[in-house]
Structures are given as C-alpha cells and as structure tokens.
Design a protein around this ligand. Structure first.
Ligand SMILES: [Fe+2]
Length: 470
C-alpha cells in the first residue's frame, strides 16, 4: 500500500471509530421516573433543636474529627468554646486501657469576618493511636467536659474491607437534616464520610452571616464528633466578599476545618491525600489554581505515581465541581480541570471520582475524552475501561433546592440520573470488589435507588458497565 493508500485507510478507520462511538453514545442511560413532592427547601430556624448550644459554662460545641496523618494513626479533634478560650487539651484513652488516660495539647484561634467575631476554635491532633481500636475522648477540660468516641481504621492493606459514606452540598435545611439522619440510620454503617464540598451555605445570608457556620457545626456534630469527615472545598467555602472588605478566600473554612495536608506533601489544605484501610483518597481543589506549573498541578503530578495499588488497591478522587454532568446546572464548570487532569486519571486507573456542586444525583459509565488535540476533531467521550466512574452526589439537601432540569437526550455515558436528595455508601469488600449504593431520602434504610458492583481497575479490570447499550 502506498503512502496515499495508507493515510486513506487511517481516515477510513478513524471514521469507523467515530461512527461506532456515535452508535454507542446515541442511546441514553436511565433517567429515573421517581416522582417526588416538589417542595421549597428551607433552612431550619436557628432555634431548632439540632442547633442547640450544649449546656454548661464554656461547653465545647461543634465538635468534629478528621484524619490527622496519612495512614489513620492520628486524628484531628476540633471544637469551639464561646465564653472564654478554656483548655485546648484532649483527654483520650482506648477501650482496652480505660485507666491509661492520655493528654494531647492543641491550640486555639479566632477570626473576624465583617461584623462577626468567632468563638475560640480549638484544634488538637492526637497521634500514635492503635489501628482498629475504639477511643474515648474528652474536650472542655476544666470547664464543662463532653465525652465522645471514635474507632480508628484498620492498618492500611490491600484486602481490608472498609465502608465510606458520601455526602455533598449538605447545608442546613430540613432536607439536610433528613439526609444526615438517613445516612446515620443506614444499615451498612458508614465508618468515614467523604464529603465533596459546600458545607454550611452561610454565604447565602446577608454579610455571609458566620453564625450559620456555627449553627452548621452544631447540626452535624452528632456525626462529625464520632467519625471522621474527609473535607473537600466547595464554592460556598470561598467566602470572598470584597463589598464588605473580606478579600481573603476560604477564611472561615480554613480556620474551622483542618486537614492533614502536609502529611501528603501538599502545601495547602485544599488538595491533599490520605490512605485509609484499602483506599488511597485524593482530594482536589476546584477553586484553587490547577493549571500547569501551579502548586496543585505539581503536587498531583508527583502524587499519582506514589499510589501503590498493592497497598491501597482503591484509588478514589474527591472534587467539588464535576467533570461529567448532564444537568443544566453548572454545566461545563468542571471542564477546564478535566482538560488538565483527565488523561492522568486514565493512565493511573482511578476507580471512581466523586463530585458535588450539582444538586442532584448522577452516575456515569467508564468514559474518557482525552483523544482531542484541538486539530483532530476527536472530542466525544468514549467507552474506556481504564477510566473512572464519575458520580455526582451534590444532593445533600441545601436551601438552594434541587437541580431538576436535565440535558436531553441523556448522553449514553450517563448511566443513571435523578433529581432527589440522598447520600451514598461505597463499601469496599477486598482488592477486587466494592459495592456502591445510592439512597434517596424518601426511601427506607434498606432501599438503594441506584447501585453498582465496582471491579477494581488495577486488580480486576473487567467491564463493569451497567447500561445495556454499553
Ligand atoms: Fe457548589
């Protein structure tokens, strides 16, 4: 075959590939027909019981914990006192050594935001914990003591089962409360929450009323004090308000929520990684620079080759703004980050990407869109068994309400979509399998409105698509 002949053949082949892709992607996945009552989503009033200030002088409130190192042997305990600073100590002991009480010393900070002054925000890291052990801890030493407990994860290893909860865009509405209650009563018992951003929605109030940050901290304490929540920054964490002189982005968020970012070599709390049981979890920042040469870019480029799938088979990425989203809300907002990083996700075989931002639920099939190079015109998502499943779980129930308007027809890469509030569970069984289920708030605890068996991309790369047309 001459030169002309072979290039015609290539064009023919490319045409065939494009045609096949069109054939694959003209059939949509499933758009749920679930009928729900359409109601306005209202925030709970400040005198609601869920926002109650704990009794007693200078009682610690808004207690929350998160992982404090890379492997789960440390925990960051945070809380707020109001009357005076009080003690930043945490007393703690394991259930096996009740008489051996230990003390960790933390620090406190405060901040001002326009006409608001925060309480005394304490952060204390407890280190050198035993794996897989229940610990009790006490805060408020010297004034009103409050006791809580948590269980450390098992040691990092390839076949360690572990159950993650997934919540996003929670806010503090009556629906938010239903989502949290539904998560807590889920029979699968999530052990750690992977939170995909947008916490309090305080910025929707005049002057970003930071009292709503406090209220949110009290609302979620019933979960955050007992199990770690792994935080991702969303747009409602930016709190950038130059009109009232507040020009330092993320001020309330970074003062109130600490992450173990230095442990993974990150230089900012917005992007970092942790290992927990059999998962390596990478948290990315949709609202920090991610272009080439930026700190986040350089960190992620170094981080991905460090993921050891023999130690942590499951590679999970959290971000706020989704890359694949077929709702008419925040459409294509994640596109610029997708262009930067999607190829890496395919090369390193990320198992799943969880995002929020769009106030609805959607799960994709495994697709990638990395062939495009500006001049070749190959710009459609294609089936790709090395690509992650993309899940949008921004359906926590905040006051902005549901995203009900979808693009039509449903793209075939979209396996399931539904505009209802809910949460999900990602239940890792071993190095090859994880069971995933999404729970809408209207259903009973055992009901999953959407579910999927994940096959690990490193250890068991079989086709795990769920749509028949795929
Ligand atoms: Fe958002």
């Amino acid at each position: 075959m001459g030169l002309f002949g072979s290039s015609s053949f290539v064009v023919f082949l490319l045409g065939l590939v494009l045609l096949l892709n069109i054939a694959v992607f003209c059939n949509g996945g499933k758009t749920s027909t679930f009928v729900r009552k359409v109601e306005k989503t209202n925030d709970m009033p400040l005198d609601s019981d869920v926002f109650q200030v704990p009794h007693g002088y200078n009682a610690p409130q808004q207690v929350h914990i998160t992982q404090g190192d890379q492997v789960g042997k440390a925990v960051i305990v945070s809380w707020v006192t109001v009357e005076e600073p009080g003690s930043s100590k945490v007393l703690y002991w394991s259930e096996w050594h009740r008489k051996q009480k230990k003390v960790a010393e933390g620090k406190f900070t405060t901040y001002k935001f326009y006409n608001y002054t925060s309480g005394y925000i304490h952060h204390c890291t407890i280190r050198n914990l035993e794996f897989n052990t229940k610990y009790y801890y006490v805060v408020g030493v010297g004034h009103t003591e409050r006791k809580f407990w948590f269980t450390t994860p098992p040691e990092v290893g390839p076949d360690v089962p572990y159950t993650f909860g997934l919540i996003g865009d929670l806010g503090q509405s009556f629906d938010s409360n239903r989502t949290l209650t539904h998560y807590e009563s889920n029979l699968q018992k999530g052990q750690t929450v992977l939170f995909v951003g947008d916490l309090s929605y305080a910025d929707t109030y005049p002057n970003h009323d930071n009292a709503r940050w406090d209220a949110w901290g009290r609302f979620v304490e019933r979960s955050t004090a007992y199990q770690p929540w792994i935080w991702t920054a969303g747009n409602h964490e930016i709190d950038f308000a130059p009109e009232i002189g507040e020009t330092k982005p993320f001020k309330p968020y970074t003062k109130r929520y600490h992450m173990p970012y230095k442990a993974s070599g990150s230089t900012a709390p917005f992007w970092y990684s942790i290992k927990r049981a059999s998962a390596h979890i990478i948290v990315l920042a949709s609202y920090s620079a991610y272009g080439k040469y930026t700190p986040q870019y350089r960190w992620l480029k170094d981080e991905l080759p460090k993921v050891n799938r023999s130690e942590t088979p499951w590679l999970i990425v959290l971000m706020h703004s989704p890359w694949y989203n077929s709702y008419n809300y925040h459409y294509m907002e994640g596109e610029t980050m997708r262009v930067m990083y999607e190829e890496w996700f395919v090369i390193y075989k990320v198992d799943v990407v969880f995002a929020g931002h769009v106030h609805a639920y959607e799960r994709s099939e495994r697709v990638s869109n990395i062939a495009y190079n500006v001049v070749n015109g190959i710009c459609s998502p294609v089936k790709d068994q090395s690509a992650p499943v993309y899940i949008t779980i921004g359906d926590g129930g905040n006051l902005e309400g549901l995203a009900t308007n979808m693009t039509e027809p449903q793209p075939a890469y979209s396996a399931y979509r539904e505009a209802s509030f809910g949460h999900a569970i990602f239940d890792i069984k071993n190095r090859t399998h994880a069971y995933y289920g999404w729970h809408r708030n209207q259903d009973g605890n055992a009901v999953e409105a959407d579910s999927m068996w994940f096959s690990n991309r490193h250890w068991h790369q079989v086709d795990d698509s769920t749509t028949s047309s795929q």
